[in-house]
Write a protein that binds this ligand. Structure first.
Ligand code: RBZ
Ligand code: NIO
Length: 350
């Protein structure tokens, strides 16, 4: 486990007091500079080098009619990521982040060649199984499959660090994964499904009632099956991409690399990682508050406050990528502004 560098945080806090502005006038931008100083081990951190890794997998529970879209959209969107046409491709480019996609369990065949020679998105195909089981009726996956997915995520975090990345962003693609994420949040926080289950890709109120009962049934079944600790719940009602994300976040924290969270599903995965090992929480930054009903509850259970509230409800790491320019700006202000002494500007009146 990695400790925060509190001396660097103190140096950054002191520098903020010296920059040519009333102390505190840059608000959360100041807090961000200090947050990164403690985690990047420098009083004046350089530019962030972000890597985005999207984990993709299918969900057996899609057969319950819990999503507004058919399960084939998972593999179709993977092809879209590789062709460069998804929201995250545009946002990653704007945020100057690298993008990789890892198939940890996509169930339907890819109907086109999967590698576009001109594409900048890297693709890793390592399915643990062809989608999860229907978590309403059976364990989503075995403990062994869950561990495999977790380790794939952990390996991705290690690769990010080896490539010199100093901010890791996990994204996901998996039709019906808001159902699994909601079930996990309920299991780990004791919240009622009616307060957590949301509209996902845009189901109507009737379908949402059904989704709530699917989650209730899943929780009762898993409890009956003996689920107790976070790993049990992850295998029983989670997803392969959610397990990979939880492993990705855990390993990032173990390596001392900060993590920027995305939306509802990624935050549910972070909750699993933190309940598994509470030290992971120190490395997490929340990008935004999703429109998905239970997201704020999950963030508050993690003690995190979101930077933006833009009514996003997409996933794919889109909300995280969106705040990258803001984070780079916070660090640039911290590095490049003149101090009172340098600029010959008088400090506050005594
Ligand atoms: C075209 C399309 C692109 C997406 N990109 C992310 N998601 C998001 O929606 C899915 C979760 O919502 P639900 O639980 O309602 O299925 C996930 O794949 C998530 O990443 C998408 C969904 C669609 C349809
Ligand atoms: O907040 C998210 O990540 C989200 C919400 C709805 C659907 N897909 C993702």
């Amino acid at each position: 486990m990695h400790f925060l560098d509190l001396a660097s945080a103190d140096a950054a806090r002191a520098r903020q007091q010296q920059l040519t502005k009333p102390p505190g006038s840059l608000g959360k931008l100041e807090d961000l500079a200090i947050w990164f100083a403690a985690r990047l081990g420098s009083g004046t951190p350089g530019r962030l080098k972000p890597a985005i890794v999207i984990f993709a997998a299918d969900h057996g529970v899609a057969s319950e009619g819990v999503s507004a879209y058919p399960a084939e959209v998972t593999s179709q969107m993977v092809l879209n990521f590789l062709a460069g046409g998804a929201a995250i491709n545009v946002l990653a480019r704007e945020g100057q982040a690298t993008l990789a996609v890892v198939d940890v369990g996509v169930a339907t065949d890819y109907l086109q060649p999967v590698i576009d020679p001109g594409a900048t998105t890297r693709f890793f195909r390592m399915p643990v199984r062809a989608g999860t089981g229907n978590l309403r009726r059976e364990a989503a996956m075995s403990r062994d499959e869950c561990r495999k997915a977790w380790h794939i995520g952990a390996a991705a975090a290690r690769q990010g660090q080896e490539r010199g990345k100093n901010l890791l962003i996990g994204g996901e693609m998996g039709i019906a994964n808001t159902t699994a994420a909601a079930a996990l949040i309920c299991a780990l926080t004791g919240a009622d499904p009616a307060e957590i289950v949301g509209l996902g890709t845009g189901i109507d109120a009737v379908a949402r009632e059904h989704k709530v009962s699917v989650v209730r049934d899943a929780l009762a079944r898993a409890r009956e099956a003996g689920a107790q600790n976070p790993m049990d719940w992850l295998a029983e009602v989670g997803g392969l991409e959610i397990a990979a994300l939880a492993g990705f976040y855990s390993e990032a924290a173990a390596l001392g690399v900060p993590v920027l969270l995305d939306g509802f599903i990624s935050t549910a995965a972070a909750l699993v990682a933190v309940r598994h090992d509470s030290s992971v929480g120190d490395w997490l930054l929340a990008s935004h508050a999703s429109q998905e009903l239970g997201h704020r509850h999950c963030l508050s259970e993690l003690g995190l406050s979101p930077l933006l509230d833009f009514n996003l409800r997409l996933g794919e790491a889109s909300g995280a990528a969106l705040v990258l320019p803001l984070l780079q700006t916070a660090l640039a202000l911290h590095r490049d502004m003149a101090t009172f002494a340098e600029a010959g500007v008088a400090g506050p009146a005594a």
